[in-house]
Write a protein that binds this ligand. Sequence first.
Ligand code: BES
Ligand code: MN
Ligand code: ZN
Length: 504
Amino acid sequence: MQFHVKQGFVQDETADLLVVNLFEGVTEPGGATRALDQALNGLVTQVIAAGDFKGKLGETQVLYSGGALTAPRVLITGLGKQADFGLAKARKAAAAAAKKARELGVARLATVVHGAGAGGLDAADAAAALVEGTLLGSYRYRGYKRAEGDNGKPELAEVVVLEADADKLAAVQQGMAAGQVVGEAANWARDLVNEPPNYLTPSEMARRVVQRAEAAGLKAQVLGEAEMAELGMGSLLGIARGSDEEAQLIVLEHIPQGVDPASLSTVALVGKAITFDTGGISIKPAENMWKMKGDMGGGAATAAALVAAAGLNLPVHAVAVIAASENMPGGDAIKPSDVVTAMNGKTVEIISTDAEGRQVLADAMCYAARYQPDAMVDIATLTGAIGIALGSDLAGLFCDDETLRGRLAAAGELTGESLWPMPLWQPYRKLLDTDAADMKHTGGRLGGSITAALFLREFAGEQPWAHLDIASVSWQEENSPFAVRGASGFGARLLTELLGAYAG
Ligand code: BES
Ligand code: MN
Ligand code: ZN
């Protein structure tokens, strides 16, 4: 998609669709919406007065210009209540408009920067949110359909952003470029998650990730099973044994240009990338098993964050370690009661082969610790239990370090990828005690997300560490006004924002 900024007024633009906005409850619009209303002889105020458009966040209203403008259509997008407004809302308003535009078959749209006027947002931030939201809202997974979807309607290909104030043009331009980097990275993560697992095997994931990473200017390296064996990664390799596909440890590194490396913070991201989770010998029920193609969403998010960090040239040293494997019940598969040894020497008794995520993360985290990071964050579709605790909008945040926890929570608020704090409650550590090994890897059904996090802590090393359980937010069941169902890309934007917080 092409984005450009232009100085001028949206009502003068020739495009398939003009997008303006309205705060909830406003009956007499101002700014660009007012100018458009006047050009349309009060059509906008009429629609508001009739009660057909209230300005709620996610609400959109299409109007036809009837020859009063060179553009055939206008779309008003709701910004919600002005008191609750912020960047996350501006992004959602743009997403709702873009999703509607795609449904209408709009190829070229012209829009204002939502929130930069009466909304009071910084022009660059608002422009970034606009472009990001537009990319997220217009996303769809193309898949392997032979026939053209949507009756062959054109794709949204061009977005013109109108800014009347010449003094703001440079900031808008710069914000738009940043928003494009982040939005495209997030949509790439969604593509990876939506991809069928016979196509996206661990080696194919490694190939695609390395290709995109290198194109973005990242350092990329892939370890195969022999190299992992030499490193003593018995925990990850235990999971890989049930599959004919070779496991891959994908390592990406962002070293910013033109900065003294000694002055930088190092942040290590560790991602679970089970390209398909059957449960292994502890096999899952058939009904929803197909969704386990999305069990690599954490890994995809870390790869996307690194690609975005490179695109933004963030002054931070960032590393991503992605543990890619299938979890299959092959003849050589790991069994409940088997004991494996992780890279840090700790021995683990397997109770359920369906608790495979923590096993691959354990070794990936040990490997990430070798970079001596200032902070480590792992992200994983780890437990069904997190959805029972937090529902489908909140990811679980486990972290005992105040600074890291604060930065993650703030990144969650800014990006709308919301996190909720969960306890690393030490007394539950005893639920992992066993006679057969240093620990077992599950602690029973109750508090299942917490014992999973306590297990991971054993491999986190000494630096501040956080664990994000995204099992209930990575896959969106239904279409919403802002996004299509399927992969959400959760974590890509959040982790990019976090890397930004460690930059400089
Ligand atoms: N990948 C699943 C978790 C999951 C569940 C992700 C639903 C997305 C949606 C994970 O590997 C798993 O199977 N976890 C088990 C752990 C249990 C065996 C301790 C679970 O949550 O049931
Ligand atoms: Mn599993
Ligand atoms: Zn899994």
